[in-house]
Design a protein around this ligand. Sequence first.
Ligand SMILES: Nc1ncnc2c1ncn2[C@@H]1O[C@H](COP(=O)(O)OP(=O)(O)OP(=O)(O)O)[C@@H](O)[C@H]1O
Length: 412
Amino acid sequence: MIEAVGLTKRYGDKTAVYNLSFQVRPGAVTGFLGPNGSGKSTTMRMILGLDNPTAGQVTIGGYPYRRLPNAPRQVGALLDAKAVHGGRSARNHLLSLAQLSGIPARRVDEVLGVVGLHDVARRRSKGFSLGMGQRLGIAAALLGDPQVLLFDEPVNGLDPEGILWVRNLMKSLAAQGRTVFVSSHLMSEMAVTADHLIVIGRGQLLADMSVTAFISANSADFARVRTPDTEPQQREKLSAAITEAGGHVLPEQDGALRVTGLPLPRISDIAHDSDVRLWELSPHQASLEEAYMRMTQGAVDYRSTIDQKEGLQQPLPPGTQPPLPVPGQGQPGWYAPPPAPPGGQPFAVPQGAPVQPPAGPYGAQGAPGAAPGAPAPNPYAQPAPPAPQGPAPAAAPAAPPAADLTKPEDAR
Ligand SMILES: Nc1ncnc2c1ncn2[C@@H]1O[C@H](COP(=O)(O)OP(=O)(O)OP(=O)(O)O)[C@@H](O)[C@H]1O
C-alpha cells in the first residue's frame, strides 16, 4: 500500500503539492487524475524518492522509498518513457537495469516478451516509436516483479490495440493483489480501467472514491427526450410543460432535450397530457469525463481563450482565480447538466457504492473499498508487432515485473 500523509512540495514560491493525504490500496487499479500541472508527476516522484517532500511524508508498505528493503523488486514505475539511453538496444537497456538490481538476465527476455518487444529487442531504442517506447518503459517497470506499480500516462502514444493491452495488464496486475497507481488524462480509458480514483487540482485533494461514486457525486442523471424532428412545435410544447412541472431542460446538439429533475414516468405522463408524441425517452448517466470536467474545471490552470468565447466557461474578471470546486458539487453551470433541484428525485436510482461525504476543504477523504473490476483477461499474451520509426523510448526507475507467467524464479 502507498500512503501519503500531509504531503507537500514547494519549488521556490510555487506550491506543486499541498497537504495531500491518501492511500493507494492493493488489489485495485487506482487512477490518479488532475488537470495539467496539478501535481501528479510531482507526487509520483515523491513516492519514488526522486523528490523530497517539503512537508509530510509518503510511504510504501510503511517505508519511505529510499529506506525500502530491495526497492527495485518491490516497486516498479514508468515515469518518463523518454528517459532512456537511445544508443542502447532495448535489451541492453533492460539488462543494465536488471544488473543494478540483481535481477537475472533471463527475466529481461521474459518482460520483452510480455510487452511485445522481443522482435526488436536488439534494436537501438532511439529508433523506437512513441508506443514502442512506452512498452519499453512498462517492461522496465515489470522487471523486478514488484507488488507496487506506478504508471504515469502509460497509454500515451499507444494505438488502440496497445491501449487495450495496457488496460488488461493493469487489471490483471491488480487482480493478482498488486497495488497499481496510474495517472492518465484519457477519461474513457480510466472509466474502464480504474476501480478507484484519486483526483487532485492545484496540488490538493479533490476526490478519493470509487469510479462509480465519483460519477454519481459529480454528475446528475438525466433523461433524453426526443419529439418528432418534423414537428418542432411539439418540442417547444413539451419543453414548456416540463419546465412548468419543475424539470430542467437543456437542448442537445441533435435536437433532443436533456431533462433533469423529473423521473422518467413523470416525463412520459407530461408528454401524454400535452399530447406530444415521443421518439425517444431514455435514462442516462453522465460519463466519467463529464463528471471529471465538472469537478476539476475550477482547478484548471491552462485553458484556451477559445473555450471562453465558446461559452464553455464564464469569463472571470482579470486577475481573479476560479474557486476550487467543491466535491460533490463541482462547478455548476458548466459542461454537465445542473443538479436536480432540492427534493427533486432524478428518475434513475443511483447505483453502486454510496457517495463518500467530503471531509476537509477539498476532498472526500479516504474512501475505502474500490469496486473490483471484472476479472482480467490474459494480459500477458498479445505482443504487438511494433513498427519502427520515431524517437526514443522509455525508462523507469525501479524495476520489477509482474504476473505469474513472467515471474522469474530467482526474483521470487
Ligand atoms: N522541478 C520543478 N521546479 C519548479 N516547478 C516545478 C518543478 N516540477 C514541477 N513544477 C511545477 O509544479 C506543478 C505541478 O507539476 P507536475 O508536473 O507535478 O503536474 P502534473 O499534474 O504531472 O502535470 P501534467 O498533467 O501536465 O503532466 C506545475 O506548476 C509545475 O510547473
